[in-house]
Design a protein around this ligand. Sequence first.
Ligand SMILES: [Zn+2]
Length: 183
Amino acid sequence: MSALKGNLHAHTTLSDGRFSIEEVIARYRELGYDFLAITDHDDRIPNDYWFRIPAGDDRMLILPGVELDYRPLSQHVGKVLGDRETLYILNHPARYALTVDQTLRRIRGISRDGLPIEAVEITDTGIYQPEYDVEAIALPKIATDDSHDDEHIGRAWIEVNASRDPDAILRAIKAGDFAVRFA
Ligand SMILES: [Zn+2]
C-alpha cells in the first residue's frame, strides 16, 4: 500500500477561488494527487453547491467539504466528508495570530459547540507555520494549500497511509497515520 497524496482544503469559483471546480480538479490531477477535498466558504456557496461537486474516480477521489465560518470567533473550520466519516479541522490558526493556548481554547470551545475538531492546520495557504507544530496541540497536524489561485496549488499536502477509500483516508488522518509535505 503506497501513501496517498492529498489536499483537504481548496476553493473554486463556487466561492472565492479563481478557477472553476472542473479546472481545480484538473490541476490537482495533473500534479498526481490521489484525493482532493473541495471546501468552498459556507457563506458564499450556491444552493446547489453539494450537487456541483463531481464524483471522483479511481485515479483521484473527490471529498465533498465546506469551510465553515464559526461565527462566535470568526474562526474558519474545515468540514470534509467521506461516505460515513466526517473530519473537522481547525483552519490556519496563524491567520488569527493565535497563541498555542488560544488555539487550544478554540479547539475545546468549538468542539463543545458541536464541531468536534480532530485535526489542525499547520499551514496558511500552504506556508508552514511551525509555531503550531508543537506537542501541546495534541491533535493530528495537517498541511494543506488552501488554494484560491495558481500560486497556491500544490504548495503543501499530506501523504496518508490508507486504502483508496474516503472513509479509510479520513480515519487514517484522525489516527495521525500520514506525513506532511511541502513543495
Ligand atoms: Zn480556505
